[in-house]
Design a protein. Structure first.
Length: 374
DNA sequence: ATGTCC
């Protein structure tokens, strides 16, 4: 197999705050058998054994545990037909609900349209989930590249919809079945277990995309709006690539795809997000980008630090004036903007490294997380 | 992250 030393690249500047523990995880993961390249992005932070905000390229072996349970998790971005000047934010915020609960429409038909089979997770299709997942109505804050903006048929007058969600219980069950057999170890790509995992993985990736699409549809229909998809990409997946004539396996753990055109890099819920155009040497950065601001504090740290600093009602209205619908108090603390690093710094590092050009920034108006208190 | 987990 591979006896060469793996390449490790940490894409960060002095202004990016990166924990030593995350860098240690990056290095240790890079030492796994068959690893060719490990890339850490400016949003790198510690995860469960392996870091988040990183991409790993292997040959001969795949490591499903690196991807985690939320296979296919990612960002979808839609343009609605709602006009910014006609926004009724208070009324809309009052009306939005239920996106964490099962959809009452025809899931079977929606699955069929995405050419997906029925599974035990049908009832979760179209639901946001917990943690850092959200659906957010946005306005265009600033267009930096008019040409690319126009190429995507985007209008500054229209409101946008950004959805962060994944494969819910489906990905979880796929990882669990793998881990029961192999724990955190990899498997040879030619093995039956690898083929079986990859087939289910690919389905979970498509399911997660259909999930984001249904969430956008549900959100828009509450506002009597239509929406059109602009961008969709997963930051948790394994994909096959060619590197110097060899087949390699790219593991993304919180790393956005760079090889499929424009991508969204979200901020935290109180900040702008960015629509960017990848411009770099793709293989050298493992065909990937940062996937967001990256956590600064763990969930439990955030809870204790932020609880003393803010009242819940101060967190449901952000510095940019946007509304955050999150009636679960713990989650509101865990996901407060202060718990995350500064997205501007992450974006600047990617720009300075020649990896992206900013097309536009997007201002949050209403962020929906959950109406339920637990 | 997860119809989570005591």
């Amino acid at each position: 197999m591979n006896s060469e030393k793996p390449n490790i690249r940490l894409i960060a500047s002095g202004k990016d705050w990166i924990e030593g523990a995350a860098v240690d995880q990056l290095k240790r993961t890079a030492e796994l058998p068959g690893m060719r390249l490990a890339v850490g992005f400016p949003d790198l932070h510690p995860g469960k054994g392996h870091p988040v905000g990183a991409a790993f390229v292997s040959s001969g072996t795949i490591y499903p545990y690196l991807i985690g349970n939320d296979i296919g998790c990612g960002m979808g971005f839609w343009q609605t037909d709602l006009l910014r000047r006609k926004a009724k934010l208070d009324r809309w915020a009052g009306r939005l609900s239920d996106l964490e609960n099962p959809w009452e429409g025809d899931v079977g038909e929606w699955l069929q349209r995405a050419e997906l089979p029925t599974t035990h997770s049908d009832h979760s299709l179209g639901t946001i989930g917990g943690g850092n997942h959200f659906a957010e109505l946005q306005a265009v804050e600033k267009v930096e590249d008019e040409t690319e903006f126009a190429k995507l048929n985007l209008s500054k007058e229209k409101l946008m919809l950004l959805v962060h969600s994944g494969s819910r219980g489906l990905g979880e069950s796929i990882l669990r079945a793998y881990v029961d057999q192999h724990r955190d170890a990899g498997v040879a790509v030619e093995s039956t277990d690898a083929k079986d995992y990859l087939q289910k993985h690919d389905e979970a990736v498509r399911w997660a995309k259909a999930n984001r699409s249904l969430i956008a549809h549900r959100f828009a229909s509450v506002l009597n709006a239509a929406c059109e998809n602009v961008v969709d990409g997963s930051h948790n997946s394994i994909t096959r690539h060619e590197l110097a004539g060899e087949t390699v396996w790219l593991h993304r753990k919180g790393a956005a795809p760079a090889e499929t055109g424009p991508m969204i890099i979200p901020g935290s819920r109180g900040t702008v997000s960015y629509l960017v155009l990848p411009t770099g040497d793709l293989p050298a950065a493992a065909w990937s980008l940062a996937h967001g601001a990256g956590r600064k504090w763990t969930r439990s740290e955030s809870k204790s630090r932020i609880r003393d600093r803010y009242r819940p009602d101060e967190l449901s209205q952000t510095e940019l004036g946007s509304r955050v619908i999150c009636e679960n108090r713990d989650l509101l603390y865990e996901e407060a903007p202060d718990a995350y690093k500064k997205i501007e710094v992450v974006i600047k590092t990617l720009v300075d490294e020649g990896l992206i050009r900013v097309i536009a920034s997007l201002r949050p108006l209403i962020t929906y997380k959950t109406r339920s208190s637990r």
